[in-house]
Design a protein. Structure first.
Length: 256
């Protein structure tokens, strides 16, 4: 897997150091410990006892925080990592000023963070079936829903929310496809390569969402402005129409 750099030193994403400070909340210590265990030995060989020892907590404490045992712990660990990734991406996406920028930053940033994630790297190398299981069926659908919900507001500045959610889901599917089955032609951790991918395949699809108007020029950097202008023009026409009807009515009264 190509290593990116977007995760960055000091990032909370994918940290694999031993469990944190004893003063940290038990849930955080347990999740950090679970990540460290997965890096060392994978999911199959990691037990609740292993995690408890790595966290410096008792087995009973782990079960008190995660009553469902290992399955609940792994699910919560995965959810915490996705939430951290979204938080770190959000700060970067907020500064983008067009659709292309949002998509390139989202795809390349997420792909690089995934490539830099030590636990995911271990799983993709030694237990790829674990990752595939997370991406299939209900788990995969939930991940796509989360990505769509997260990404849509950043795209809704240039398109209706429903379209923005669909585009965000496309971006997530692109990331997952290249993570599970890397390509020598596209390095999704490289913003330049992702930029070409977005311009060639994604932006034409975004424009096609406009339906009958898809053949018209559409500047994705100013679509929100275009919508505002169109709304103002419509309101102006409606005002002129009402004004014309009022004048016509007054003239009719004068004639009578």
């Amino acid at each position: 897997m190509v290593r990116g750099g977007q995760g960055g030193a000091g990032s909370a994403w994918g940290r694999d150091e031993p469990a944190g400070s004893p003063s940290a909340p038990p849930r955080n210590r347990i999740i950090d410990a679970a990540l460290a265990c997965i890096v060392r030995q994978g999911v199959a060989k990691t037990t609740v006892d292993d995690v408890a020892r790595a966290a410096g907590l008792s087995r009973a404490t782990v079960y008190r925080v995660f009553p469902g045992g290992k399955d609940e712990l792994l699910r919560s660990t995965a959810e915490s990592q996705v939430a951290t990734l979204f938080t770190e991406l959000a700060a970067r996406l907020s500064s983008e000023n067009d659709v292309r920028g949002v998509l390139v930053t989202a795809i390349s940033g997420a792909a690089a963070a995934i490539a830099d994630h030590p636990a995911l790297a271990t799983l993709l190398d030694v237990e790829p079936e674990v990752v595939l299981r997370l991406l299939a069926f209900d788990e995969g659908s939930e991940l796509l829903r989360m990505a769509s919900t997260f990404g849509a507001p950043f795209l809704a500045r240039w398109m209706p929310m429903e379209e923005a959610a669909r585009v965000a889901e496309w971006a997530c599917r692109i990331i997952l496809t290249y993570v599970v089955d890397p390509s020598d032609r596209v390095d999704c951790t490289d913003p330049v390569a992702v930029g070409r991918l977005v311009e060639t395949f994604v932006l034409p699809g975004v424009r096609a969402l406009r339906g009958p108007a898809a053949d018209e020029p559409f500047d994705l950097t100013s679509a929100a402005t275009d919508r505002d202008a169109a709304g103002s023009a419509r309101r102006s026409r409606e005002h002129d129409h009402r004004h014309h009807r009022t004048d016509h009515h007054r003239k009719g009264e004068e004639v009578s």
